[in-house]
Design a protein around this ligand. Structure first.
Ligand SMILES: [Zn+2]
Length: 477
């Protein structure tokens, strides 16, 4: 069976272990691949590999193009499947026009990107300009390779990222991000004599990714809890515990707090909670139909958070920016800037930590979003820090490589591609940070179920992807 240009190389890659952080075998393979063909081949300290293919005869004055994929794959398997990702080959098979793996991730994300680069490097007959094939490491676990790359690792001024999974779509932008953390220190205080305590829990939210899903209007359990506690501040409440959310990049699905109060206020406070539950069930009927509000009497023998800190914490949580802050004026429907109020946790040594992240394709707007979050918590007396900042890739509708790719796509397939950007991180954001003049685009064949054992590659889109890639490279001249 004719497998086209890319698939034979993908089959080679299926045999090579390449879990994120354990790329040594694939690095070795790539270095050998380049050197054995007499191509200039190098790696940097972290393991990023660059193989350069000189221009074909007559194409010496064409612009140099960087083709980029990531070496690593997400290694997930179904329960009961015997597979050692450290040494076993991926057991791939074809069914109804799709390639899948038996019980494991396939690694078409981003093995197809790697394979397409190898197909170009291996073919001396292609009439192309100088090509720099870049293979980064540990994309899936935090864009580590792109983070660590120096700003002179490659020379091309045009970069095609081969790590997209939706055939027919051209990606031209992504968000950068930053984490913002607020720490409150409190004085443990005794519970006033005669007080009773109740634990309030909000759970059953849909949650989701803090980038891709931030515009879906879903409930944030931490925010809902703060909304209730803020109203309850009308009474003399004491905050005993508070806990909600988890990961920075997830919308909080669950949150709870234990508060103590005078038994005379019990009916009022429970009433506030129940009325809020009814209102919120209506507000979030279409996005979070499974939301649950529970109030449960508990015995509280411990200390409480001092009243001033508790009030400041609750007020800050209730006013903290969460959700979409700005939409893109250039790309319809694209979230440009957002903030995720991710978590609130009690830590040892009388500390309460609020975790959050802010995203934007525009670096100055992301800085402002982080500053707003900081200002809100600094006003409340918290100690606020920022870390893990990475730059975004601002969409440029006038990008020359976009125009060339759109033209190629129309010529080859007789229809318009979809041009879009995403509100999540991609390696391209980091490249733009290091190489500000880079003109970039990202496209790839259709891969569904990525990062799960359902991952599957639509074979019919692989040849189209190859044809588009070659056509674009030949028209960038
Ligand atoms: Zn990928």
């Amino acid at each position: 069976m004719n497998e086209g240009k890319i698939m034979p190389f993908f089959r080679d890659i299926l045999r090579i272990p390449r879990e994120s952080g354990h790329e040594e075998h694939i690095i070795e393979f790539l270095l050998e691949f380049g050197r054995s063909r007499g191509l200039e081949t190098k790696r940097d300290a972290i393991g990023n590999v660059l193989i350069t293919k000189p221009a074909a005869k007559g194409c010496e004055d064409w612009p140099t193009v960087v083709l980029q994929s990531h070496q690593d794959m997400v290694c997930e398997k179904n329960g009961g499947v015997k597979h050692d990702f450290a040494k076993d080959a991926i057991n791939a098979y074809i069914e109804d026009g799709w390639m899948k793996a038996r019980g494991t991730t396939l690694g078409a994300d981003d093995g197809i990107g790697i394979a397409s680069e190898l197909a170009i490097l291996d073919n001396p007959d292609l009439k192309l300009g100088k090509i720099e094939c870049l293979f980064t490491v540990s994309e899936e676990t935090g864009l580590d390779g792109a983070f660590a790359m120096s700003d002179d690792f490659f020379t091309g001024k045009i970069l095609i990222n081969l790590d997209s999974e939706d055939w027919g779509q051209l990606f031209i932008g992504c968000a950068g991000g930053i984490d913002t953390t607020a720490n409150f220190s409190y004085t443990p205080s005794p519970v006033p004599e005669g007080y009773i305590a109740t634990r309030f829990t909000i759970s059953g939210g849909v949650g989701g990714h803090s980038g891709d899903d931030i515009n879906k209007g879903r409930a944030n359990a931490v925010q809902l809890l703060a909304r209730f506690l803020y109203v309850a501040l009308d009474y003399d409440i004491e905050l005993c515990t508070i806990d909600g959310g988890n990961k920075r990049n997830a919308i909080a699905r669950e949150a709870s707090a234990t508060i103590a109060f005078d038994p005379d206020c019990e009916d009022d406070i429970i009433g506030i909670f129940n009325r809020m539950a009814e209102a919120i069930a209506i507000e979030f009927a279409s996005t979070d139909p499974g939301l649950k509000f529970e109030a449960e009497p508990v015995t509280w023998k411990g200390e409480t958070i001092d009243t001033k800190t508790a009030h400041c914490l609750i007020a800050a949580l209730n006013s903290a920016p969460h959700g979409v802050l700005a939409m893109s004026a250039e790309v319809p429907g694209l979230v440009e800037t957002s903030s995720n109020l991710a978590s609130v946790k009690m830590l040892p040594e009388n500390t309460i930590r609020v975790g959050s992240s802010q995203r934007s394709a525009i670096n100055s707007a992301r800085k402002w979003a982080a500053d707003r979050f900081e200002a809100c918590f600094a006003l409340a007396g918290a100690d606020v820090t920022h870390e893990g900042e990475y730059p975004g890739w601002k969409p440029d509708m006038k990008s020359p490589v976009l125009k060339t790719t759109v033209d190629s796509y129309k010529r080859l397939f007789g229809e318009d591609p979809i041009v879009r950007a995403i509100h999540a991180g991609l390696e391209c954001g980091l490249f733009q940070g290091k190489y500000p003049d880079l003109d970039m685009i990202s496209f790839g064949p259709t891969i569904l179920g990525v990062h799960s054992p359902d991952e599957r590659l639509e074979l019919a889109t692989v040849d189209k992807f190859w044809n588009l890639l070659i056509d674009v490279l030949q028209h960038l001249a």
